[in-house]
Design a protein around this ligand. Structure first.
Ligand SMILES: [Zn+2]
Length: 208
């Protein structure tokens, strides 16, 4: 999961389906899905962090609008963020520090962990297990395909990192791009996974 600092709410009355509103959210979230971190330039959706059905008054509330891929929007539980089902909020909580994500080559699954143990963290881990590992999702190939994409991105990054170790000058910029959320290209796909593969202290200057 990625930390997001949302821009100031628009001054005017708006609808969450307005094009300029969607563009603003897209920009704030670096074109990355707030749940799975996939780069989604086209088939994105605006998700209501607190669901519309339970919180109709928050339908056009700026703080409640999140950038999401269609797969996560379809797979996340309907009762998310209702009483007792609250998850971490990317725009408020330091999700990058709280949640650790790792692709396990042997099992081809995603390990999701945290050093903390609050209800929100437990629910977030459960949500991510659903999205990445398909736990609790029926008849959907989406988690499998997501893991295939994560594996590809990780392998690309590993290869690049080997090159970088041999020639720091030549490959520094490519490494920087793949560790940044702001590249707004496929290079920023699954950025948390890549950040957690390397030494934080050596590369933190690239973490935005
Ligand atoms: Zn997603």
């Amino acid at each position: 999961m990625i930390n997001i600092k949302k821009s100031k709410a628009p001054d005017k009355v708006f609808n969450h389906k307005d094009k300029d509103i969607k563009d603003k959210i897209r920009n704030d979230f670096f074109v990355l899905c707030y749940i799975c971190e996939e780069f989604v330039p086209v088939h994105f959706q605006i998700d209501h962090f607190k669901p519309q059905n339970n919180f109709p008054e928050l339908k056009n509330n700026w703080e409640n609008l999140f950038y999401c891929c269609g797969k996560c929007n379809g797979m996340r539980p309907r009762n998310i963020n209702t009483d007792g089902n609250e998850v971490l909020n990317n725009c408020i909580d330091d999700v990058e520090k709280l949640i650790k994500l790792e692709y396990i080559k042997k099992t081809k699954k995603i390990k999701i962990s945290s050093e903390h143990n609050s209800v929100k963290i437990k629910n977030t881990i459960k949500l991510l297990n659903r999205i990445y590992n398909g736990i609790g999702v029926k008849n959907s190939k989406a988690p499998y395909y997501k893991r295939v994409e994560i594996k590809k991105e990780i392998e690309k990054f590993e290869k690049l990192f080997e090159k970088y170790k041999k020639n720091k000058f030549l490959f520094e910029n490519s490494i920087k791009q793949r560790l940044s959320k702001r590249t707004k290209s496929l290079n920023s796909n699954y950025v948390s996974f890549k950040r957690q593969m390397i030494d934080y202290h050596k590369f933190k200057q690239y973490f935005d």
